[in-house]
Design a binder for this molecule. Structure first.
Ligand SMILES: C[S@@+](CC[C@H](N)C(=O)[O-])C[C@H]1O[C@@H](n2cnc3c(N)ncnc32)[C@H](O)[C@@H]1O
Length: 311
């Protein structure tokens, strides 16, 4: 398989060309290739190569990657998304306020983030799911009490998980590959106990309406899906926190990382981990410069359903 995030530039170019042929990438200004949308098909290869095979676990064991997380995001929890310290604190604050007994982390990676949230929530039980079995084994080997790691596809998992079995469901940068977002969200809401909360943080980089303005939360694919669900259900309250400014600064700053960090990554044999970040920053540069991107924390509270007559 061609290696998009691997060390072979030729393979990466071949894969980019294949994506463009299948209209998953388009040529942007100055010939730059841009994803047409952050959909599952476009990122599938990245997931297979980077997340399933080695990126997650090697990132966790890489001092350079951990130092970079600390320097770039103010937080070393082996983030493979763009979570910052302030964003994690917002998630912890909301989780702690609910005093949950059971937390479900969907797309947990190597699991340190979920463990940190659970530890701050008075030692809630954590069940964490990721389809990268290597990351799950790595996380389980820590043997953290009250914690279980499951290797599974998150869409499949929530469709079969016991109803009302989690007080908080977390998703940190893990919904970019979901096939059917609406159905996934419906299942998540069923898995939540009444009074529970789905905390989901993610970014979106293309304004599908083509304008040059910053995306509002409801313009994001997930924001629109949640608004539609809230209309038909009487028991949802959605709150959003805007982290777009932080996200833009993070990615624009990341363009310059290569020169500064390449030697420490190369010395470990992990240059591809850094290359992954810099390449993603290159893809996002245009949309970020033009304000065509957004990052929000969506907090979706499931209350008790109001009777139809009161809606
Ligand atoms: C960008 S990483 C984020 C990991 C972690 N939450 C963090 O913020 O560092 C995305 C994670 O979602 C997982 N993932 C993506 N699609 C998935 C799916 N359909 N089922 C389960 N895990 C999935 C990947 O394996 C990866 O660990």
């Amino acid at each position: 398989m061609a290696s998009y995030f691997g060390t072979h530039v030729d393979d990466a170019i071949k894969l980019a060309d294949a994506c463009r042929r299948s209209r998953l990438l388009r040529r942007g200004p100055r010939g730059r290739l841009l994803p047409t949308r952050r959909g599952r098909r476009y990122l599938e290869t990245a997931v297979e190569e980077y997340y399933l095979e080695r990126g997650l676990v090697e990132g966790a064991g890489s001092p350079a990657f951990r130092n970079l997380c600390r320097a770039r995001q103010g937080l070393d929890m082996v983030q493979h998304g763009s979570l910052t310290r302030g964003q994690l604190e917002a998630i912890i604050r909301r989780t702690r306020a609910l005093g949950p007994g059971r937390i479900l982390d969907l797309g947990c990676g190597t699991g340190e983030l979920g463990e940190r949230v659970a530890a701050h929530a008075g030692g809630a039980r954590l069940l964490a799911v990721d389809r990268a079995h290597s990351a799950i084994s790595y996380a389980a080997a820590r043997g953290t009490p009250n914690t279980a790691f499951v290797g599974a596809d998150l869409e499949t998992y929530v469709s079969a998980a016991p109803r009302g079995s989690a007080d908080v469901v977390l998703s940190i940068d893990s919904l970019y590959w979901v096939d059917d977002l609406e159905s996934f969200l419906e299942h998540v809401l069923e898995v939540l106990s009444p009074g529970g909360c789905f905390l989901c943080i993610l970014s979106e980089f293309e304004d599908r309406r083509g304008g040059g303005r910053t995306l509002a939360a409801e313009d994001m694919e997930i924001g629109a899906a949640l608004a539609a669900l809230a209309e038909v259900r009487g028991d949802l309250r959605v709150e959003t926190e805007d982290f777009t400014g932080e996200e833009r600064a993070l990615w624009l700053g990341s363009l310059a990382l290569w020169e500064e960090w390449k030697d420490s990554f190369a010395a470990e044999g992990h240059a591809y981990l850094l290359r992954n970040i810099v390449r993603e920053a290159e893809y996002l540069e245009t949309s970020m410069r033009r304000g065509r991107g957004a990052r929000y924390l969506f907090s979706v509270y499931r209350g008790v359903e109001a009777p139809m007559s009161e809606r």
